[in-house]
Structures are given as C-alpha cells and as structure tokens.
Design a protein around this ligand. Structure first.
Ligand SMILES: Nc1nc2c(c(=O)[nH]1)N[C@H]1C(S)=C(S)[C@@H](COP(=O)(O)O)O[C@H]1N2
Ligand SMILES: [Mo]
Length: 424
C-alpha cells in the first residue's frame, strides 16, 4: 500500500472521530478541523478543485512550481560567508528526482556577484599562442555545430565544512554544491581549431566577465578534449546565475574551473597561477605542503531518499535512493550498507548512467523499525572506490577544505529521524 493511501485512511479515521465530536456538541481541536476540511477533498467526496474550472492558459507565461512546493528552494548557510556577493547557495538534493537539476535550483557560487550582461554587447576573445586570434559574438558562437551533454558541476568545497567535524544537519548543506544539467554549446576544440593553436601552446587561461574577472589555467589536453563553451542549460539560454550568456563547462573537473560569463581565452606555454589555483582551491597537506592543480572530482555518492530533511514516517517497504557521480567517467557500481560498513550489498543503477553526470541508484528495503547506520559507496569505471572518512583523513589530514568525497553516514533512529554522523 502506498504511503498516500495509508495517510488517507488515517485521515478519514480522524475525520470520523471529529464527526462524532460535532454530534456531541463539543469544540473541535485544530487537528480535527484540519482533518475535516481535508476529508472534504478525499474519496469518496468530489474535491473542491473538481467543482469549478481552473486557471486558463498564460496565467503564468513562464511556468512556476505548485504553490505547495515552496519549500523546495536553494538555501544558504548564514555563517559560511561574509557577504552574499561572494557566497554560495545549495541545491535541495533531498527534494530532487532523476538526474537533472531544474535550472532554478542549480547551486550558485559567485566571487563577485552576478553580472547583468547584454548578450549583444558580449564578446569572447581568443588570443595568445595561436595563428589567428579571433573575437566571437554570441551570433558567431551559435553558428558553429553544437553539442548537448548532461554533465554535473560540483564545487570542490562541497562537504568542506565536514572536514574538521562540523555536522550540517541537512543533505542540502552536506552535498548541495552539486547540480547536473544538459548543457548545449560549441566544443571548445572547435573554437581552438578556428584560431589555430600553435605547437608551443600548452595551457589555456579562461577569464570571466564578472567583477572578480575570475580566471583559471587549463592544460591544453583537457581544453581539446570534452570542454563545452555552453550557452544553453536544460533547453533554454543559460541562467544569469550560471553564466549568461556563455560559460565553460569542464566535465568532471572542480566547478571552479567552469568559468562563467566567459569573455577571454588566452593560449600560453605555462600556467598563470591565478588566485583561484594558488591561495584557494589547493589543499594543505599534513606536512605543510600543498596539493597543486587538483582538478578531478573523484567518485562520490550519497543517499538522498532518507536524510535529516526526510525522516521515515513508518516501517515497511522503502526504496532507498541516492545519487552517485565521478569526474573520471561513468559510475560502475554503488553498494549500500545498513550497519555502518560491516556488510555491503549492491544497489541497482537506474535510468541513464552517463559519463561525468549524476547517476541514480536504488535499493529495495524493508525497515523493521530498528536504528541503522546507512552509507553508500560508489565505484567508477576506472575501478576507483569511494574512500571512508578515515582513509581520506589518513592521506589528506584535517586542514583541507576541498575535495572531500568520503563515504557519508546517515544515522537512522528508531523514531525515524535521521542524523548526520561521522564514522571512520
Ligand atoms: N566568472 C566566474 N566563474 C565562476 C565563478 C565565479 O565566481 N566567477 N565561480 C566558480 C565556482 S567556485 C564554481 S563552484 C562554479 C559554480 O557554478 P554555478 O554557480 O553555475 O553552480 O562556477 C565557477 N565559475
Ligand atoms: Mo567553487
């Protein structure tokens, strides 16, 4: 029996009790009133919304979710940043289905706010070590053959607050710097062929048109591989938040390299060592040295159907669901444990399993009401196995902020509540 029909029966039982109370002439409690009004819309009654015509076309020229979904929004952590201009918002992963993040719920990260760019006045300049430097208008870019590919973008700081043991009591905050869209645009290699890369060019600098002029150095091998100069997201022009009118999408690499509001690409023979690849987005190791150029987002996964925002309401059948992703390619396998890593069983991968995209996994489960320590573990097509927190801390120490991809633990209590806990 579905959760909904069980709720319905329970509500009708409450309603019948409420009706008896009316007969006795006593006052109704708020709960009884609620049950009574709800019951008016429940079978066998004909609900209110069937007794009149609905809203017509174009009451909402650009559609919005139901008013009953107003809790499904991007959220911020107030203490995390000093100002909303250089801040981050998190995707509500607990409320999402499938593998595509609705554009309105894509996480956001800005170093200097969102520029409001007029696409007619926007240009992409490609120069440096090339035969034929060029400046492209948006019209120029859209004349090239395009690709459409589903790829995740993840900030390498995702989970960063957990390194030193901060326990965020929400999936939205432990993993929500992660989103997945269908990106459409020109392959960067197509534009680079147009300008003619000189053999001496080994690096590419990508720069944004925001106040931060955020810039990153990309090795030429990756630039010529699967990078997209993207102008569309999930079927429409990219949102201002995501880099309108054009951004880089660097599949599988730390989100910081996917430069938004892209205005300049410079070919050079060495990396530029910009702020975002020296003092930031590097990892301080226990011996005081720093990991340099940590581009790839390694395999990661998390259970999403049960999390602090989604406690269990009853015993019995549950589909345990979650997402897995790897910057190195496709997810090959996801395992589930209910006892904190003592025994593991394989989950099913469902729907499409794509390269450097979110993949959804599922596990059939009957909850008997006992407490559990629930984890998922992703393995990608290269054979890389998602590490435990202990394994990760052993190698990387506790000074890091970025690239925390360890196995995540949800503690399920007998009450059905879910806590964020750390086990090595
Ligand atoms: N020009 C520019 N590009 C940028 C940024 C920025 O502040 N300015 N932030 C970067 C960071 S740190 C991340 S994680 C991703 C986030 O992309 P999103 O805001 O579309 O989620 O964009 C990257 N590209
Ligand atoms: Mo980021």
């Amino acid at each position: 029996m579905s959760e909904k029909s069980i709720d319905t029966i329970q509500m009708r039982r409450t309603f019948l009790k409420g009706a008896a109370a009316i007969g006795a002439g006593s006052l109704l409690s708020a709960e009884q009133l609620y049950a009574q009004s709800a019951a008016k819309n429940l079978p066998p009654a004909v609900p209110e919304w069937m007794q009149r015509v609905g809203r017509g076309v174009v009451t909402e020229p650009y559609g919005k979710p139901s008013i009953h979904e107003q809790n499904v929004v991007r959220r911020t952590v107030p203490w995390l940043t000093a100002s909303p201009i250089s801040s981050i918002s998190f995707s509500p992963l607990h409320a999402l289905k499938g593998i595509i993040t609705p554009s309105s719920l894509h996480f956001e990260r800005y170093h200097s706010g969102i520029p409001d760019i007029n696409p007619d006045q926007h240009r992409l300049m490609v120069h440096g070590l090339c035969e034929n430097p060029l400046i492209f208008s948006m019209d120029d870019l859209m004349r090239f053959p395009s690709v459409s590919e589903i790829r995740f973008i993840e900030c390498p700081a995702n989970g960063g607050m957990e390194w030193r043991g901060a326990q965020m009591e929400a999936l939205q905050f432990t993993h929500g710097m992660l989103s997945c869209s269908e990106w459409t645009g020109v392959r960067l290699s197509t534009l680079l062929a147009e300008v003619g890369v000189k053999p001496k060019a080994k690096w590419l600098l990508a720069e944004g048109a925001d106040g931060a002029a955020m810039a990153r150095s990309i090795p030429i091998e990756k630039a010529l591989d699967d990078v997209i100069v993207a102008y569309a997201q999930n079927g429409e022009m990219i949102r201002p938040e995501q880099g309108y009118p054009v951004r880089l999408v660097i599949p599988g690499w730390e989100g910081n390299t996917s430069i938004k509001w892209l205005r300049r690409l410079e070919l050079g023979d060495q990396p530029w060592h910009m702020r975002e690849e020296t003092s930031k987005y590097t990892d301080l190791m226990p011996d005081g040295s720093s990991r340099r150029f940590t581009w790839v987002q390694e395999a990661n996964s998390v259970v999403t159907s049960l999390c602090p925002e989604k406690p269990l309401k009853q015993k019995g059948y549950h589909e345990l669901e979650g997402i897995a992703w790897s910057g190195r390619g496709k997810i090959k396998q996801v395992d589930i444990t209910l006892d904190g890593g003592v025994t593991w069983r394989a989950a099913k991968l469902k729907g499409q399993v794509l390269d450097k995209a979110l993949s959804r996994f599922s596990f059939d489960w009957n909850w008997d009401g006992s407490p559990a320590l629930i984890q998922s573990r992703a393995i990608d097509e290269t054979g890389y196995v998602q590490p435990t927190l202990g394994q990760l801390r052993k190698v990387r120490g506790v000074n890091s902020v970025y690239h925390k991809n360890s196995i995540h633990t949800w503690q399920l209590l007998a009450s059905g509540e879910v806590r964020n806990v750390q086990i090595d």
